[in-house]
Write a protein that binds this ligand. Sequence first.
Ligand SMILES: *[C@@H]1O[C@H](CO)[C@@H](O)[C@H](O)[C@H]1NC(C)=O
Ligand SMILES: *[C@@H]1O[C@H](CO)[C@@H](O)[C@H](O)[C@H]1NC(C)=O
Ligand SMILES: *[C@@H]1O[C@H](CO)[C@@H](O)[C@H](O)[C@H]1NC(C)=O
Ligand SMILES: *[C@@H]1O[C@H](CO)[C@@H](O)[C@H](O)[C@H]1NC(C)=O
Ligand SMILES: *[C@@H]1O[C@H](CO)[C@@H](O)[C@H](O)[C@H]1NC(C)=O
Ligand SMILES: *[C@@H]1O[C@H](CO)[C@@H](O)[C@H](O)[C@H]1NC(C)=O
Ligand SMILES: *[C@@H]1O[C@H](CO)[C@@H](O)[C@H](O)[C@H]1NC(C)=O
Length: 804
Amino acid sequence: MASVVPLFLSFYLLLLLPCLVVAQTTGNVSLGIPIIASDNAEPWLSPSTDFAFGFRQLEKKDLFLLAIWYYQIPDRTIVWYANGDKPAPRGSKVELTAERGLVLSNPQDEVIWRSNWATGEVAYAVMNDTGNFVVFDRNSRPLWESFKYPTDTMLPTQIMEIDGLLTSRQKENNFSRGRFQFRLLQDGNAVLNSINLPSNYTYDAYYISGTYDPGNSSNSGYQVIFDEDGYLYVRRRNNVTFFLTPEDIVPSRDHYHRATLNFDGVFSISQHPKNFDGNQSWAVIRTFPDNICIRMNGAMGSGACGFNSICTLNNNKRPTCGCPTGYSILDPDDNYGSCKPDFQQGCEADGQISPEDIYNLEELPSTDWPQNDYELLKPCSLEDCRTSCLNDCLCVVAVLRGDGCWKKKLPLSNGRQDREVNGRAFLKVRKPEFTHQNPQPSFPSTKREQGTVITVVSVLLGGSVFVNLILVGLLCVGLYFFYHNKLTKFHRNENAIQSSLRHFAFMELEEVTNGFKEELGRGSFGIVYKGLIQNDPADPTAIAVKKLDGVVQDRDKEFKTEVSVIAQTHHRNLVKLLGYCHEGQNRMLVYEYLSNGTLASFLFGDLKPSWNQRTQIALGIARGLFYLHEECSPQIIHCDIKPQNILLDDYYDARISDFGLAKLLRIDQSHTNTAIRGTKGYVAPEWFKTVPVTTKVDVYSFGVLLLEIICCRRSVEMEIGLEKAILTDWACDCLREGNLDALVDYDVEALNDRKKLERFVMVAIWCIQEDLSLRPTIKKAMLMLEGIVQVSAPPCPCPFNSIS
Ligand SMILES: *[C@@H]1O[C@H](CO)[C@@H](O)[C@H](O)[C@H]1NC(C)=O
Ligand SMILES: *[C@@H]1O[C@H](CO)[C@@H](O)[C@H](O)[C@H]1NC(C)=O
Ligand SMILES: *[C@@H]1O[C@H](CO)[C@@H](O)[C@H](O)[C@H]1NC(C)=O
Ligand SMILES: *[C@@H]1O[C@H](CO)[C@@H](O)[C@H](O)[C@H]1NC(C)=O
Ligand SMILES: *[C@@H]1O[C@H](CO)[C@@H](O)[C@H](O)[C@H]1NC(C)=O
Ligand SMILES: *[C@@H]1O[C@H](CO)[C@@H](O)[C@H](O)[C@H]1NC(C)=O
Ligand SMILES: *[C@@H]1O[C@H](CO)[C@@H](O)[C@H](O)[C@H]1NC(C)=O
């Protein structure tokens, strides 16, 4: 029984259907009978029911588009629309009114769109079988026609006059104004061009019909005509035609024809059989331009795809856009948009690591970005081309064509990969282990120097030959001295590193610290004092002198070894060791002085540092630790990571101090058990067990520290109540309950950056896992913080509860 009723109902509906169609408005539209935007609003149909006028539901189900579409074919292709930029909410209505013409208004009766004309009173309107919606006055004079206000499509019997315009939509399913245009210019040319949104500035055309004769205006075009047989052509003033459609096309009697400027910039002419077996769809018979990836090549604008993207032409002559290796899409919802490098491409010094170690050159066959050259090396071999780009911090890609090597700069535009392209591209991609997304600004002077050289070269390229010859000569001499100087300076530095570690006499240090008067802090290894060295009396250098206590007498040799190991570390997130003192009982280390004190006083002071500063500091510490763990040989385990051991330089960049002072662990020794070091609250649980100490102890302490940085509070604060007292436990609870707001004490800045906040908390919880095999390496933690590696939800490191 249950199934019989619906069956009966649908049969009844089937019977009713013809009546419904008859009841629908076909052809003649009267005044004052609106269509309401709703799920099953009936459109106004043309007499043949080929075309419909009414509301189409958009992807967002409560928004509607006032449109004209093919009523008889399954994909109901839209050929005209009124309110692409302003979709109509559910309940909006469209109505023909005597005084105001065709009016689209929202449920609040505010006008969203209306048809405009000069004068006259509306009597009726017709949805014509041609696809033209026409509003007439009492004498059947047309007052307004949709054909006169085309959107992105032209149909047979439609004519475009001088200054006529088709505009693409944003996406296949987004009818906002897009950036491509098809126009008939004053001079008689029909062109395709892109524009800048929202200023409407017109970029270079990527198709020109050539229907302009500067010598004889009667040869120039003045109309684009889509005739009723389905031929599309430009008509010149002398009535000679220039066909855009091929010679012979299928008759319009049994085929629909349309010409559409697609959202991707391709203008295509296509046909569709009227009587079809339900299987066919639109067949494209001609596209303009023939290859948009190649033809779009303006000096301004991004090209067919976004910036830093590569365009390839697919089988139906439409573009596909993609990001090259090492780049990713800027807006994940826009496959045709720009790409951003996943790494910092810049001239910040990478220490003494050579570019070969940092970058890969990715070879892309038949690929080019023709508008981004800044230097041409010719003649040039393949090897020289690669090396030149690799060693030039401004070069992002080099293209080798014949014996020419074109070096290119960001942002890359008009990227294409196509058989027509003559040339191989070598794209510089930073190796994943050297990917830093948010590098701190540093060494800006290096950048400036290189910039000057480039400017000089560009000026040269513009001057006269003779002057150039002289200038080239001068430049060579200049460059020689410039680089010679730089090299010798560099050598001096390197020597300085070896022997840089200055040995201070005790007396000397006593003097520069004014008798160890100004105390900077007390650490686990001794007290730190401030001193002033008068190398240059006008500009004394501040230093920090650490008096070590508890150094065992018979470990002289070990002390020296440790000090020399520390002296070999160079990283922008580590405090630099300048010298040492080793005299009798006295052991002292002399460090550079950092003006902004310790992270502890910064974090837990009265003024709360900004979220942005905090995240930068956390990243800096991770990078410094990564260097100690994985780039130092022998490997250095810090063993006492805590906010008191992190200093801040002039730019509030984090600098790790006191490293290398705990037992120095060579990689082959790192599995020995050691007496407990470190500071309560930060030490990893394995210190209490008989397991070897590894770099994971630092990861644990880093996790605790990271939570302190996120929350701006100490890891243990008994006075704020049992629930919150242990930060690690409380953070786990908050993360589990999704209550990060409370965790950061409703810090608006952090909460506005919720994704990053959540990421940071999750990384911290991963780092404090009791099971050290679950803890990430510092490298992985760093990559997760930077957002390069995905972070999954961490398990709760609960067993720790039982200890506390
Ligand atoms: C449409 O209606 C108007 C007025 O009702 C009438 O004058 C006109 O002839 C009609 N046109 C068609 C094509 O039916
Ligand atoms: C549609 O337009 C054509 C050409 O303008 C015209 O001949 C025809 O009568 C129109 N049809 C209706 C129903 O108005
Ligand atoms: C269409 O795209 C525009 C621009 O990208 C955007 O502002 C608008 O919200 C989109 N419209 C819809 C209905 O998604
Ligand atoms: C650009 O053109 C559109 C459509 O013609 C117009 O609505 C818009 O105001 C124009 N923008 C500017 C900045 O002129
Ligand atoms: C322009 O071209 C037409 C034919 O296309 C020719 O008849 C006419 O003489 C030409 N006028 C001039 C000024 O050359
Ligand atoms: C072109 O054709 C139109 C109508 O088809 C006619 O009025 C005009 O005189 C013709 N012009 C020339 C130059 O033949
Ligand atoms: C529909 O198309 C498929 C594949 O293109 C074909 O195998 C099938 O026979 C077609 N069906 C009809 C009814 O033409």
